[in-house]
Design a protein around this ligand. Structure first.
Ligand code: TA6
Length: 304
């Protein structure tokens, strides 16, 4: 970010509410309102903390996460775009090169606005084509990310196809929820949904039980579901609800002990304090936009 961009970014600060810190390797925004505290980084428009007053933090953030240019932060809400997981061929491109989960989460987003209305702070950020995306074949698109911070957390991602050809993409809010003990939480909302079991050869399976409990490495994209997810955490005596619009995929992920042990940016037992409940459009739910078309996916996270 150049000096002029930094100056305009800092012009958006709201004394006592919204502060910009450019003293570290990554530019960080901190939020304090009557309803919550939060923080995000301009790299990846990466939300790393949200805590409604009278609650514990709702998002997990690894104590070993790197906060370095070009390195994905471990935890919070990574923005996944334009592919989910490893890049695969689409109807528009047979390319398979590029970083896992796409380039958006390590790109420098631009802060557009920060406004307070009735104690709610709404922040807008945008990402357009850059050298990295062009090298990967994405030259004409615009992402607009709107975050509203209050007693609830509202996330809204609009993708616009500003090219003359169809834009095929997958997307996700790769949300890491903070829990006291992943082995004791129960997840509701997936009964009757089909998922791909990435721990069992990507086999397509049916979720028959109304509650999902985590008892080992769990990596499940559920497809064709618009359902809200309730995560019951008995140890914190709370329920986190993730509801959504225009999202047909929900991914549930916990790496458990063995995989966590191989992750440089996760401490050994940290898998116990996180469950990813990801709001997505991926696999057969990927999106194709005609030239000039837009698509908006949203998620709302609440805790009680
Ligand atoms: O959303 C689940 C997943 O696709 C897992 O397969 C695992 O790879 C996870 O994302 C984390 O990916 P990352 O690239 O952030 O390490």
């Amino acid at each position: 970010m150049n000096t002029n961009q930094m100056a305009s970014c800092k012009d958006l600060a709201i004394p006592g509410v919204f502060a910009i810190d450019d003293t570290g390797e990554l530019i960080k925004a901190s939020i304090t309102t009557k309803l919550c505290t939060a923080e995000f980084y301009l790299q990846g428009a990466h939300l790393t903390h949200w805590q409604p007053h009278n609650h514990k933090p709702v998002l997990f953030l690894s104590d070993r996460s790197a906060f370095a240019p070009g390195k994905a932060i471990r935890g919070g809400v990574p923005i996944i775009f334009p592919w989910f997981g490893a890049r695969t061929a689409t109807s528009q491109s047979n390319r398979t090169d590029g970083p896992a989960h796409g380039f958006a989460r390590t790109a420098d987003w631009q802060l557009l606005s920060a406004t307070m209305t009735d104690e709610l702070l709404t922040v807008k950020l945008t990402l357009v084509a850059n050298e990295t995306s062009r090298a990967l074949g994405f030259e004409h698109f615009q992402l607009l990310y709107t975050i509203t911070f209050g007693r609830e957390l509202s996330l809204e991602l609009t993708v616009e196809n500003s090219s003359q050809t169809p834009l095929c993409f997958s997307e996700a809010f790769h949300t890491y929820l903070f829990v006291q003990d992943a082995a004791q939480v129960k997840l509701e909302g997936l009964k009757g949904c089909y998922y791909y079991d990435k721990t069992d050869g990507f086999q397509r399976k049916l979720q028959e039980q109304s509650e999902l409990q985590i008892s080992g490495e769990t990596d499940r994209p559920y497809v064709d579901t618009a359902a809200a997810i309730n995560l019951h955490d008995p140890r914190l005596n709370r329920r986190i609800t993730v509801s959504k619009t225009n999202s047909s995929t929900t991914v549930i992920w916990n790496p458990w002990a063995e995989l966590t042990g191989k992750m440089a940016d996760m401490s050994a037992d940290s898998w116990k304090q996180m469950v990813c409940v990801e709001t997505a459009n991926a696999f057969e739910n990927s999106i194709t936009l005609a030239p000039g078309e837009k698509h908006t996916m949203s998620a709302c996270i609440s805790v009680e």
